[in-house]
Design a protein around this ligand. Structure first.
Ligand code: 5CA
Length: 160
């Protein structure tokens, strides 16, 4: 197989460290958005893990929110779980906080540990797909492995 792009390779190395057989796959077609990723992979949009970065309004700290591709993260719900208000991080903050660029933000392998929340809707699937560093790279993972490798808290993110 061809060599992975540098950012995708960093994610693959991070995945290896968990001792699980998780493999980064690069697609010729774009996986930049949940819809594009689902079309390239041939899975449902709900099986795509969106990795969204928020910033605490008081602490200014980054939070990673892993959301099923068909859902939106409800900021009021997040606030209850994190104990502070949030804003959506801008592209520069996302890059500094994670070491990756929007469209390829992975759930692991960041430049610093990130407090992580996981959409409970992801747990209904046998396998889900997350971005792996670039807008053409993803990896398949079971929802339980995703919880284990991110150390994230599973929460209900849906707006009422
Ligand atoms: N590779 C795909 C599927 S795995 C992916 O990364 N999808 S994503 O949803 O996790 O990443 C794109 C998300 O980044 C968008 O849903 C959007 O919420 C966010 N985003 C896009 N542009 C910006 C921006 N300028 N500032 C902050 N967030 C942005």
């Amino acid at each position: 197989m061809a060599e992975l792009k540098k950012s995708a390779q960093r994610v693959q190395e991070a995945l290896h460290q968990f001792g699980l057989d998780l493999k980064v796959v690069e697609y010729p077609a774009s996986t930049r958005t949940a819809e594009e990723a689902a079309a390239s992979i041939g899975c449902s949009v709900g099986q795509i893990v969106k990795s969204l970065v928020f910033q605490g309004k008081a602490s200014l700290k980054p939070y990673l929110v892993l959301v099923s591709g068909q859902n939106r993260a409800d900021e009021k719900r997040l606030r209850v779980h994190a104990g502070e208000k949030f804003r959506r991080a801008d592209a520069d903050f996302v890059r500094t906080a994670t070491g990756f660029t929007i469209g390829g933000i992975p759930p692991v392998g960041h430049v610093q540990p990130l407090e992580t929340f996981i959409d409970e809707d992801l747990l209904q699937y046998g396998v889900v797909w997350a971005a792996a560093g670039t807008d053409h790279a993803v990896f398949a993972v079971t929802p339980h492995q995703l919880v284990a490798i991110t150390g994230g808290s599973v929460i209900c993110l849906k707006a009422e």
